[in-house]
Write a protein that binds this ligand. Structure first.
Ligand code: B12
Length: 306
């Protein structure tokens, strides 16, 4: 008999995923309650899409007919180098390379094709970020780490600078064991957040999160947050940089997630004077470049606390 899990894991690593875990596609009960309470407290702000499809988020069988197994996959985005200079607007390191939705989806389809070849009775669906799936909770169930006080999945060996994606299949595979939560008494992430968005361990008021204020929310950054947001023009890495487990982060060597060669050395003046053509050349195929918000935020640079 072939070792399906072993074969899938090996192929996943070959395709560029850094870890791969398995769990039965059972409904989430208590996480569902946590999610609904979070929404009813209004912590999602303008992200109304989170209010829709709540049942699908909790129950994988509503996403894939006869769902049996969730395969969770991590992809390392920790770069070898970051933007240089103390006076440049910062974009989060997750958006240095080609849009991860595109890169990872491509790899997920290749992995699903491979799985179907191993057993041509298997059907499934791939997900990365934009679908109603509780991705962190699945990664935790699949044994790929624990959800830290900063609300992010942390892996004991590689830290947290990882994207999460999944394949849900209608074929039963044995579950991996969940990993223990190793945050302990540490609260460095909570203390480091300049806007105090982490209102309690595991509880994020997204409306205060720099990532939300600079990416999701459509208006300019409100005046009372400008000083706190400082140089962060798009997204934020502060609560992850503060996490001691990220001392173990190893830089990726993933060609598709490498930044454009001119990005890391750009000065504040170059950022301010960047025309649309240069923006498209350097950032056009990143997640930040595609969504339009970064281009709009550029007009706020002169007003930022740099
Ligand atoms: C909406 C969203 C945001 C919002 C809200 C963030 C949030 N924490 O909810 C905003 C815009 C602020 C955001 C920011 C970021 N995001 Co975001 N985001 C999402 C998205 C699309 C949905 C998350 C969601 O449903 N939130 C609602 C809350 C209630 O649900 P939840 O966070 O999943 O919480 C569940 C579990 O934590 C669970 N739970 C599990 N264990 C435990 C234990 C206890 C004790 C408790 C109480 C609860 C609990 O209960 C909850 C639900 O039922 C996911 C993709 C996805 N489909 O999952 C990406 C995702 C979470 N984001 C991601 C990333 C990378 C980021 C940023 C780092 C980007 C950046 N650098 O700027 C920041 C990090 C901010 C932070 N500290 O959380 C990654 C996280 C990867 C990882 N290693 O964990 C994801 C998974 C995208 C991806 N596919 O890789 N994001």
């Amino acid at each position: 008999m072939i070792d399906l899990k072993g074969e899938i894991r090996e192929k996943a690593l070959e395709l560029g995923f850094t870890s791969c875990g398995f769990a039965h596609a059972d409904k989430f009960e208590e996480m569902g309650k946590f999610f609904k309470d979070w929404i009813s407290e209004g912590f999602n702000g303008e992200m109304e899409y989170l209010e829709r499809n709540v049942e699908k988020r909790i129950n994988p069988a509503l996403l894939v007919e006869n769902a049996q197994t969730v395969i969770s996959l991590l992809t390392n985005y920790y770069p070898a180098e970051r933007q240089k200079g103390k006076e440049v607007p910062l974009i989060s390191i997750y958006t240095y390379g080609e849009d991860y939705h595109v890169v990872i989806k491509r790899r997920l389809f290749l992995l699903l094709d491979y799985i179907k070849k191993l057993d041509n009775g298997i059907n499934g669906r791939v997900f990365v970020d934009s679908a109603p799936v509780l991705e962190k909770a699945w990664a935790a169930r699949c044994g790929l780490g624990w959800i830290g006080k900063n609300n992010i999945l942390i892996n004991e060996e590689v830290g947290s600078f990882h994207f999460i994606s999944e394949i849900i299949i209608d074929y039963e595979l044995e579950s991996d064991s969940p990993a223990p939560n190793l945050c302990g008494e540490c609260r460095k992430c909570i203390d480091a957040c300049p806007t105090k968005a982490l209102i309690a361990p595991h509880k994020l008021d997204a409306r205060k999160c720099i990532s939300y204020l600079t990416i999701e929310q459509r208006k300019n950054v409100p005046d009372n947050y400008k000083e706190l947001i400082a140089r962060n023009i798009y997204g934020c890495d502060i609560c992850q940089d503060a996490c001691p487990w990220n001392k173990f982060a190893k830089p990726h060597n993933d060609k598709e997630l490498m930044p454009h060669e001119e990005l890391l050395g750009m000065t504040k003046e170059e950022w301010e004077n960047m025309d649309e053509e240069r923006f498209k050349k350097i950032l056009g195929n990143t997640a930040a470049g595609k969504r339009g918000r970064l281009w709009n935020r550029k007009t706020e640079i002169s007003d930022m606390n740099i």
